[in-house]
Design a protein around this ligand. Structure first.
Ligand code: HEM
Length: 112
């Protein structure tokens, strides 16, 4: 396993920890969004982009570009919504929107 492969694997771990962090900080039942949720979602977006960059540059993966594109759009919407609603008081109905968007991307990543 080359150094790029190891770096790529570490980044996948960081990527996954980012959206686990987002899910932990968003409660769709009490409709509460904790501080840091927007940063966790933005970090998932950023690490995803870096993954694709490294994967393409080092030729580690053959991506399904439609899947990546849809994931990117979902993550962008989630990030924008997260930063808009971050400063609003809880309970915040957008907690459900955010939880749904992040969950949708997890399903997309795993099932497609
Ligand atoms: C909330 C946002 C996101 C969530 C919940 C999410 C979820 C996941 C999950 C569950 C995995 C591991 C399963 C797999 O490898 O397919 C993964 C890997 C990955 N994600 Fe994301 N992701 C998000 C955003 C993004 C974005 C915006 C991009 C790029 C534009 C991206 C690119 C990738 C790549 C390249 C991998 C590694 C795939 C591989 O090489 O096997 N992700 N993501």
């Amino acid at each position: 396993m080359g150094i790029m492969e190891i770096l790529y694997t570490v980044l996948i771990a960081v990527h996954i920890v980012c959206w686990i962090g987002a899910l932990v900080l968003i409660n769709p039942i009490s409709q509460e969004i904790r501080k840091g949720a927007s940063h966790a979602i933005a970090a998932a977006l950023l690490t995803g982009l870096i993954l694709v960059g490294i994967g393409e540059a080092a030729d580690l993966r053959d991506y399904n570009h439609i899947k990546i594109g849809i994931k990117l759009v979902v993550a962008l919407v989630a990030t924008v919504v997260a930063f808009i609603v971050a400063k609003k008081d809880n309970p915040n109905p957008q907690a459900r929107t955010l939880f749904g968007l992040v969950s949708a991307n997890i399903l997309l990543a795993i099932l497609w």
